[in-house]
Design a protein around this ligand. Sequence first.
Ligand code: 5GP
Ligand code: MG
Length: 488
Amino acid sequence: MTTETRLGEDDKLHEECGVFGVWKVPTAAAITALGLHALQHRGQEATGIVSFDGARFHQHRGMGLVGDNFGDAKVIDSLPGSVAIGHNRYATTGDTILRNVQPLYADFEFGGFAVAHNGNLTNAHVLRRALVRRGCLFQSTTDSEVFVHLIAISLYSTVVDRLIDALKQVVGAYSLVALSNEALMGVRDPLGVRPLILGRIGNEGTGGWVLASETCALDIVGADFVRDVEPGEIVVINDQGVHSIRPFGRARERFCVFEYIYFARPDSIVEGTPVYDARKRIGAMLAREAGVPADVVVPVPDSGVPAAMGYSVESGIPFELGIIRNHYVGRTFIEPTDHIRHLGVKLKHSANRPALEGKRVILVDDSIVRGTTSKKIVEMVRQAGAREVHMRISSPPTTHSCFYGIDTPERGKLLAAKHTVEEMAELIGADSLAFISLDGLYQALGQPNRDPAAPHYCDACFTGDYPIILPDQADNADKQLSLLAANH
Ligand code: 5GP
Ligand code: MG
């Protein structure tokens, strides 16, 4: 497999994102801004909203946080209508220019069409090449724009048929929300790698509906959870209600296990399981699998907190906030250079000396990617006087890059891709290091042990078992042929 070396950082468009859509509520844009605010953890780089007032579409996009862009009543007032969709973008590479900020919008012969996308299309470059050759003029460098062009060139007449036509040509992991003059639409990819949920808003009978990446976006707008959108399902929401289309054959679901480990907000309920409970159970399993005598269990905040609580309860070792996080700095991950990333970790975390001095400390974090965070934290905890530092990680070693929408660097930068656990312990300076096992992770999530022939989750970052063709494989795949040969 040469994917990792062929794809330089600049070729990789990570689309770790949050999406939200609402049908038939007063001030839909204000509701969407609130929903996006609750989904801010899924993307902090840029944000946008498109609304529809029954006659016209309105749009606003900007770099930065939801509050910085939509906190102003004048901006919300410029987005009238009772339907809207919105997007939070978190792309660490590629262009960060405004024309890449979603939702994307286009005027077609059938009316307006807006789309917001969470995930990664692994054949986007192939489709883009074919579309450009046909004369399609791309405005952005995001994957998501291929949807717009595929819909534009489709020979079908209705928007929904055109959307299905487009979806049949793309390969990847995606959750979409889309808006036309007639309907709000939500789509999950055939394997359901990325999340999308359906909720109801307003009194029964008022016909209000919500689509969102996570349930935490329902709570903030007072909406009720209805169900997860199913893998491969398109939900079409209009004045007749919600109906569901399944244009793909049924495939075995492969939900992203990293949503449970890190990405989803702990108060979200994912596929029927509260993320908070799942993380505590993962921590408890970690304590059973990799216990070590110690005086305190300390989370690396915030991502390590629920797992550390589970570890502490299971092991009987007291939980202490030995590291304090400063909430007024962005995530270290979004800083562009290794140098700044180092600085970022120091800005973000401080040792709480009285909780650490003279103690044997178990540090719990959710993952080791480059190892930057762990190395700094271990050093910081030692400097605060810890006698021993044992690192426990609530995921298996991250050995492979994600091509399906989670931001991981190229494989060469993943610590676990090149080193054994013992070597990693040495590199981060810990007295011991242990990761939860893959089977332990599955069990903590209420599953049987991982079945290599039919794994329940997408766990490619831990196994290299990629369930959807990768970008370099897409070059040779049949998918492009239909587009090139069909001569629409
Ligand atoms: P490292 O410093 O090893 O490169 O990164 C590990 C840290 O990054 C962990 O504290 C973890 O919580 C966080 N992390 C892991 N995966 C992601 C991700 O996909 N996005 C962001 N923003 N942070 C991540
Ligand atoms: Mg973290």
